[in-house]
Design a protein around this ligand. Structure first.
Ligand code: FAD
Length: 438
């Protein structure tokens, strides 16, 4: 399922229900462009839209299909915020990244969601957008965390409607006794994320960008212009943007080995049931909000537009698949919603997300004309859109906001090769154990 050589979409609910199944051509021969983007996930396509809107000549190359990676396989949950813990530590953030940096990051955390909203409207992208999100707690410790987060939002003058929920109030949103409380947020939501990604690729194409699928960037030759060697051709560009994230090192180990020390792949899995009857859908999720619990290896779930329960979890840090994804995830789903006992599982799939040590997206330059973005962890649907904008601003000569992120220091993962991944998995086991204890 995660075989990098398999160049078509994985067998997910998203791929099966994708509205636009037309493909883009493979690159053969040599092309010259102002900006070449490697990677057709949300990072790549949102950068392509931003740059093409500014009039740049753009070539985007994707090794498989647009949205083939995490961007076309995820929970489809639009979760705001940008820069991870940076916005919660005003004193340190402003000291390290400059006066006013915290406020800028808080603003970006809202802007990244607005970009999605505006883009869907501007380009008429059909992708089942639905607003409404729930953070839920399994115990008092998790509820305390949600309350602290709510206080933070208040202090930041968060503009969207939120509501703290007791255990009984959670039941207005979810047909389950599992949670001790939570918080509803009308500013976040969910959508058919592969349709969003493909829709944005089409938007960039409409603006003049050239998009190539099944085109693997193998190596780069830096210089005044950058040469990107692909499996059947090359792109010569003034500027290069690397958006391959967790898949880059696996697919093209020689392309940018410096980056792979700072990002490791974690795998997460999702199952999709058959479409539920309106009655059952209304029983389990009457308000159709997207939901996340608070654990490191969290459960996240929502209904699709055709009433399927999309239930995700089983995050795995060792790069090996659990023995039975469907069985494990189904039993997790039944713990929340026993009433789904009879629901058939129609799809299961997994995907890789890039994790950095400090959980803060990594933006930077390998050379003055080679930009990279990676490591959003499990929250990338909205943040990728902010990164695309920041990179486009930087390429257009306005480095201010890009530099806030580029100046964040990141530590490499210790060890090398297999050992590095094994040490990471061992470290994450501590947090999983803490969550089990409660
Ligand atoms: C199962 C799962 C559930 C998730 N759920 C959520 C969620 O609900 N909400 C949320 O906010 N985030 C979620 N995430 C995280 C989110 O999906 C990612 O953070 C985000 O999609 C990252 O986008 P990206 O474009 O940087 O990377 P990707 O989408 O992985 O795209 C990278 C692309 O680059 C291509 N590529 C790599 N190397 C090369 C090369 N050498 N040449 C050409 N192309 C190359 C790959 O084929 C791939 O298509 C989830 C992730 C997973 C895996």
């Amino acid at each position: 399922m995660l075989d990098a050589n398999k160049r078509e979409h994985t067998s997910s609910y998203y791929a099966a229900s994708q509205r636009d199944k037309e493909t883009f051509p493979q690159l053969e021969g040599s092309v010259r462009t102002q900006v070449c983007i490697v990677g057709g996930g949300l990072t790549g396509v949102s950068t392509a839209v931003e740059l093409s809107e500014r009039g740049y000549d753009v070539v985007l190359i994707e090794a498989n299909r647009i949205g083939w990676g995490a961007s076309g396989r995820n929970g489809g949950q639009i979760i705001g915020g940008y820069g991870g813990s940076l916005s919660s530590n005003r004193e340190t953030t402003d000291k390290q990244l400059g006066e006013g940096a915290t406020d800028q990051l808080i603003g970006m955390g809202l802007e990244c969601v607005d970009i999605i909203k505006e883009r869907i409207e501007k380009y008429q992208i059909e992708c089942d957008l639905k607003w409404g999100f729930l953070n839920v707690a399994l115990n008092k410790r998790e509820m305390k965390g949600i309350e602290e987060f709510a206080d933070e939002l208040k202090e930041q003058k968060y503009p969207h409607k939120t509501r703290m929920l007791s255990a009984s109030e959670v039941k207005e949103y979810l047909g389950t006794d599992r949670y001790v409380g939570g918080m509803a947020d009308d500013g976040w939501g969910h959508l058919q994320v592969l349709d969003l990604c493909k829709g944005e690729a089409r938007a960039a194409e409409k603006n003049g960008a050239k998009i190539f699928e099944q085109t693997l960037a193998v190596e780069i030759e830096p210089g005044e212009t950058v040469k990107v060697r692909t499996d059947k051709g090359e792109v010569i560009a003034d500027t290069l943007v690397l958006g391959g994230n967790a898949y880059l090192a696996q697919m093209a180990p020689k392309l940018a080995p410096k980056l792979s020390k700072y990002v490791l792949p974690a795998t997460s899995y999702i199952i999709a049931t058959e479409p539920l009857s309106d009655e059952l859908a209304n029983d389990v999720m009457p308000q159709n909000y997207a939901v996340c619990d608070q654990r490191t290896a969290l459960d996240y779930f929502r209904l699709s537009a055709d009433n399927r329960m999309l239930f995700g979890g089983v995050s795995n840090y060792s790069a090996t698949a659990p023995i039975s994804v469907t069985k494990t995830l189904r039993s997790k789903m039944l713990k929340v919603f026993p009433q789904l006992e009879e629901a058939r599982i129609d799809y299961y799939w997994g995907g890789r997300m890039g994790i950095g040590i400090n959980r803060i997206p990594q933006l930077g330059q390998l050379y003055p004309n080679v930009f990279y973005v990676q490591a959003y962890g499990g929250h990338g649907v909205a943040p990728t859109h902010m990164s695309g904008r920041l990179v486009a601003e930087a390429i257009s000569g306005d480095m201010d906001r890009f530099n806030i992120m580029a100046n964040v220091s990141h530590m490499p993962f210790p060890g090398f090769g297999f050992l590095r991944q094994a040490m990471f998995a061992a470290g994450m086991s501590f947090y999983k154990l803490r969550d089990m204890i409660g």
